[in-house]
Design a protein around this ligand. Structure first.
Ligand SMILES: Cc1cc2nc3c(=O)[nH]c(=O)nc-3n(C[C@H](O)[C@H](O)[C@H](O)COP(=O)(O)OP(=O)(O)OC[C@H]3O[C@@H](n4cnc5c(N)ncnc54)[C@H](O)[C@@H]3O)c2cc1C
Length: 453
């Protein structure tokens, strides 16, 4: 089997197939594994291309970390706790209790100073109604999350203070643009169905070390042949399998898992091989999934400015902030990574413009930053960080099966039921391996999934 793409989806598919006794080659176009999760060296300092977090409900991602030997390199909050900061000085906190869902958030909602009494009631009512919605109902993919919140008379301010705080970071779109179906998935699975689903986790080491490098060793142990700097140009299905064009060479494969971003899949899929709702479709339709950017600002101050491991900004352009000082020889609170999701404005601004705009804004939400000097200001941009989970996107997300037997699709953009996340990527890799394996003479049992996908 050949797996094309060395992100979390491709790595998972390759490991799963190899563990089933299949001979696997993984082809990755870039010089490293890890896909959209990587680290880069800027003037001797290792920075992640973008802050990545996961939630306790990301069970397959956690199992993936275990599988590649990285489970001890992440931290997972014992209980959800998010400090919230505003430019006008309010310090709030979202924290869950040990009560069962949905009561685990009632005391934090009752005390949340960024909502009025009436606003809390509206948010609470909407949350209870949201719990009764089914994210797989196609009707929910026809409207935006904001249009649905309007039915509860939730104001724009309440939306920002409560729903967008979580929604923008997980969906990479604001409620005004995101599909209700995807929002229901995130809020039900993460926040409302279980009391511990939204406990937040993050890496204690650079992403490259957490995923790509550790996965390289796990793939090696599993006997997978990994080729980096191997960019596939074409996949030709034939009567006896597939011919894969990679840098002037033709490789033969009896099955293929294509685990590349959707714009690359649109180019590589054979004509009319895409199956959307069981109908053979033109792969160019995948362009309709669009892209949504993420920008990260890496700001190193000469003194501590952030007194918590993470915090969320509300009421200004600053979104989530993370203390990344550890591992850089810096005392806590000095290296702040600011993650800007749905960054359609910021993606086209120069580093100098971003610095002019965000340094004063950071000083407004982090008072200690006002007197601090900035030692380093680095910007990382990902223009096509995720697809846009807008209304109608559900129809454009194929499952792992294609119209060509033996050719399976993986990637966070496929129909995983999740938005474009690490959890979705891992789930898609498992599904694609399970789709492709029956086409091969595998020698061992297909590994069980840990949870239903
Ligand atoms: C800045 C940023 C922040 C994010 N934050 C979070 C977060 O906090 N939490 C979260 O869960 N998710 C987050 N995500 C999303 C998450 O990183 C992705 O959804 C996930 O990593 C995608 O994995 P994948 O394997 O599906 O695709 P990718 O990681 O994109 O992997 C696809 C691979 O295919 C390779 N490829 C493409 N074309 C070819 C070709 N022709 N031949 C060979 N190889 C090819 C690419 O080089 C790439 O390595 C974030 C993403 C970004 C960019």
């Amino acid at each position: 089997m050949v797996v094309i793409g060395g992100g979390l989806a491709g790595i998972t598919a390759a490991l799963t197939a190899a563990e089933a006794g299949v001979e696997v080659t993984l082809l990755e176009g870039r010089p490293r594994l890890g896909g959209a999760t990587f680290s880069l060296n800027r003037d001797g300092m290792w920075l992640d291309n973008g802050q990545h977090v996961f939630l306790r409900c990301c069970t397959e991602y956690l199992a993936f970390l275990d599988r590649i030997g990285s489970a001890d390199k992440v931290y997972l909050q014992p209980r959800l706790q998010v400090p919230v900061r505003t430019p006008w000085g309010t310090r709030a906190e979202l924290r869950r209790s040990a009560l069962p869902a949905p009561f685990h958030l009632s005391s934090t909602l009752a005390r949340y100073p960024l909502l009025t009494m009436a606003g809390r009631a509206r948010v609470g009512l909407a949350a209870l109604a949201l719990r009764r919605l089914d994210p797989t109902d196609p009707a929910l993919d026809e409207i935006t999350f904001a249009a649905w919140l309007d039915r509860f008379k939730v104001t724009a301010r309440e939306r920002e203070a409560m729903w967008d705080l979580i929604g923008i970071a997980t969906l990479n779109l604001p409620a005004t643009e995101a599909s209700l179906a995807m929002a229901v998935k995130v809020f039900r699975t993460g926040v409302l169905d279980r009391n511990d689903g939204a406990d937040i986790g993050w890496s204690l080491v650079p992403l490259q070390e957490l995923h790509g490098d550790a996965a390289g060793r796990a793939l090696d142990r599993a006997g997978v042949r990994v080729r980096v700097r191997a960019r596939v140009q074409a996949i030709d299905p034939g009567p006896d399998g597939f011919a894969i064009d990679v840098d002037g060479e033709r490789l033969a494969a009896d099955a293929v898992v294509l685990a590349v971003p959707h714009h690359d899949a649109a180019r590589l899929l054979p004509p009319r091989s895409l199956l959307l709702d069981g109908v053979r479709s033109d792969p160019t339709l995948l362009a309709g999934l669009g892209t949504s950017p993420i920008v990260n600002l890496h700001v190193v101050y000469d003194r501590p400015v952030l007194d918590t491991p993470l915090a969320c900004g509300i009421g200004g352009p600053v979104q989530w902030m993370f203390d990344r000082s550890a591992g850089h020889g810096l005392e806590p609170g000095r290296y702040v990574a600011v993650s800007l999701s749905a960054a359609t404005t910021e993606i086209d601004l120069t580093s100098a413009r971003l610095r002019d705009r965000f340094v004063p804004e950071l000083a407004r939400v982090l008072p200690a930053a006002r007197a601090a000097r900035i030692e380093r200001f680095v910007v990382t941009k990902e223009r096509a960080a995720t697809f846009r989970p807008a209304p109608g996107s559900g129809r454009l997300r194929p499952g792992p099966r294609t119209a060509v037997p033996g050719l399976a699709l993986a990637g966070a953009w496929t129909a995983t039921g999740w938005p474009a996340t690490m959890e979705g990527a891992v789930r898609s890799g498992l599904s694609a391996a399970h789709e492709a394996l029956p086409h091969l003479g595998r020698t061992r049992a297909i590994p069980e999934r840990t949870t239903p996908l």
